[in-house]
Write a protein that binds this ligand. Structure first.
Ligand code: C2E
Ligand code: CA
Ligand code: CA
Ligand code: CA
Length: 278
């Protein structure tokens, strides 16, 4: 309509109210998402580049809202963190992803590992180690099949406690991966003192990787450093054959991305597993 001057301010503040209202509405429904069975886990394969075998799958949380449909995690996980729901969500993912993986072992998908994202808030919680132990006990999954994905910032906040937690997890037999590697703090010196097993190179570096590009140099450097520290390296967000070829040349250990498959609900993951020549 032909609104001008003052009336556009009214319009603007109306929009603000709508946004605030939407946010309240999202919060309200997010609090009920678990009990209403609106959450599920999608699984994305991580493939051993040398053998082509399925090695691990990453558990990725999904929220299927009854009205709005699928809401992407980047939209609801920050809210869940803000209002403290991330603890129950994170614990739910941990338990159910471990249980699902154990079931897959029993049905012949042997040696499959599960990689679970851990929010910084969750990691810093004093009950975190107990929750990991509880999830392993509840599911019957052996610790060596569980990988926890932590971001650099999650590890560097509260450094002493974080390192201590990582050592305890390591003693239990759980693996630790650094997620989104390369996007966080620039200091690499901390890497050698941490009990970690895997680096996941962020998708942003893989996106534009081509021969002789800056990204290629960065990925090459990360690969050399990771291997030098005895870690294995995963490339995230691999979408093309060309990227795969370059990553092979760079001696990358694992790939994950749409080139292999998108994240899938459990049934679809099984169908994919049994129908693909890995
Ligand atoms: P992330 O941990 O870096 O997960 C990888 C994201 O990249 C996933 O997005 C995945 O679907 C997407 N992806 C994988 N391959 C490709 C590709 O080839 N191309 C493109 N364009 N994207 C690809 P998703 O599932 O939307 O998750 C987004 C983020 O939400 C995750 O990023 C993670 O930070 C967070 N998240 C997801 N599930 C959980 C969870 O259970 N707990 C916590 N704390 N965070 C989670
Ligand atoms: Ca991740
Ligand atoms: Ca990542
Ligand atoms: Ca990411």
């Amino acid at each position: 309509a032909k609104q001008q001057g003052g009336s556009s301010i009214v319009f603007f503040s109306g929009e603000m109210n709508k946004e605030t209202w939407q946010r309240i509405e999202i919060e309200r429904s997010l609090r009920k998402a678990l009990e209403n069975n609106e959450l599920y886990i999608a699984y994305q394969p991580i493939i051993d580049i040398k053998t082509g075998n399925l090695s691990t799958c990453e558990a990725l949380l999904r929220w299927d809202h009854p009205e709005y449909g699928l809401i992407p995690p980047i939209q609801f996980i920050p809210i869940a963190e803000e209002i403290g729901l991330i603890h129950s969500f994170g614990n739910w993912v941990l338990k159910n992803a471990c249980k699902q993986t154990k079931e897959w072992h029993q049905r012949g998908i042997e040696n499959l590992s599960i990689s679970v994202n851990v929010s910084a808030f969750q990691f810093q919680n004093k009950f975190f180690i107990e929750e990991v132990k509880e999830a392993l006990k509840y599911s019957g999954l052996e610790a060596k099949y569980l990988h926890l994905e932590l971001t650099e910032s999650a590890m560097l906040n509260h450094t002493m406690e974080a390192i201590n937690t990582m050592h305890i997890l390591n003693e239990i037999g759980v693996n630790i991966s650094i997620d989104d590697f390369g996007t966080g703090y620039s200091s690499l010196s901390y890497l050698k003192q941490l009990p970690i097993h895997r680096l996941k190179i962020d998708r942003s570096f893989i996106n534009n990787i081509k021969t002789d590009s800056r990204e290629y140099a960065i990925v090459n450097a990360i690969m050399t450093m990771g291997h030098g520290l005895g870690l294995n390296v995963v490339a995230e967000g691999v979408e093309t054959k060309e990227q795969l070829t370059l990553l092979k040349k760079l001696k990358c250990d694992y790939i994950q991305g749409y080139f292999v498959e998108k994240p899938m609900p459990p049934k679809k993951f099984e169908e994919w597993y049994y129908s693909t020549d890995l």
